[in-house]
Ligand binder design. Structure first.
Ligand code: B1M
Length: 210
């Protein structure tokens, strides 16, 4: 277990090379991919998420830790397929049409992946039509929409309307976020959830699949 505790610590420090060495060591010691993920990599990212929410660490630390986590989990991919490890759920994520800001969205993606979700990241400037297509193609548990401009907030409402019009509203939950978004705006446009930060977005996603 010592190696997994160390992994949990080192991933939070963002030391990618050490993370890779420790993941290999854990594999050699006979831990399953699920154990290495749950008790090492994801536990570390979860703890970092709490510290991020409490303003004890900031965006650069989270980005560096996420890069280390990705390198460690890349090593586990083959083993996960062999062991049949299933993702917690599927999230389609996007920054809405007209909006090019993606730093917050990328943090949301990292927290979701760190929590064990398969994330379909459609990128920036994503239209309502593309979201509707993605729901039909991927059957996600959650749609997560980021908007950073007061002028693009309305796109979140337009996407919800398009999902309604396509008859898909009952098949998916919708989470909205971004600097100008509030709980009351989320309620007004008929979103299911609002999250003020990336870590809370991952908490929402976990609550949806539980
Ligand atoms: Co822009 N920009 N920008 N910008 N930019 C802001 C947002 C702005 C507040 C700056 C200002 O005027 N003070 C302002 C918006 C004003 C408004 O609408 N009220 C603004 C503007 C006006 C513009 C342009 C219009 C400027 C121009 O061209 N005249 C233009 C618009 C381009 C476009 O999108 N069409 C523009 C362009 C850009 C750059 C391209 C230069 C660059 C973006 C680069 C990139 O993202 N790759 C940029 C940047 C960097 C910023 C600031 C400085 C930083 C934004 C950021 O990344 N913050 C920003 C001012 C500021 O915030 N200080 C500003 C860090 C990031 C971690 O925070 O994205 O808020 P944030 O994410 C948070 C939460 O909001 C939440 O989680 C994160 C924290 O954990 N969150 C979610 C975000 N998405 C979520 C989704 C969720 C849940 C939570 O669930 C789905």
């Amino acid at each position: 277990m010592a190696v997994l505790e160390e992994l949990c610590e080192i991933v939070q420090k963002g030391k990618a090379k050490e993370v890779v060495v420790l993941v290999q060591q854990a594999i050699d010691e006979g831990f399953t991919a699920q154990q290495i993920l749950d008790d090492g990599l994801l536990k570390g990212m979860g703890e970092l998420g709490v510290r991020f929410k409490n303003n004890e660490v900031f965006v650069p630390e989270v980005l560096i830790a996420a890069r280390a986590l990705n390198q460690g989990s890349a090593l586990l991919k083959e083993k996960m397929v062999e062991e049949g490890v299933e993702p917690l759920g599927c999230v389609v994520l996007a920054t809405v049409a007209g909006d090019l800001h993606d730093i917050g969205k990328n943090l949301v993606r990292m927290m979701l992946e760190g929590a064990g979700f398969n994330v379909i990241d459609l990128g920036i400037d994503v239209s309502a039509d593309k979201i509707v297509e993605a729901i039909k193609e991927h059957h996600p548990d959650l749609i997560a929409l980021s908007a950073l401009l007061t002028t693009t907030m309305a796109q979140q409402a337009a996407i919800i309307e398009a999902i309604n019009a396509a008859g898909l509203r009952d098949s998916v939950k919708i989470l909205v976020g971004g600097a100008p978004i509030t709980q009351s705006f989320a309620d007004e446009i008929g979103a299911d959830f609002y999250a003020p930060d990336a870590s809370s977005a991952a908490d929402v996603a976990k609550s949806v699949v539980q």
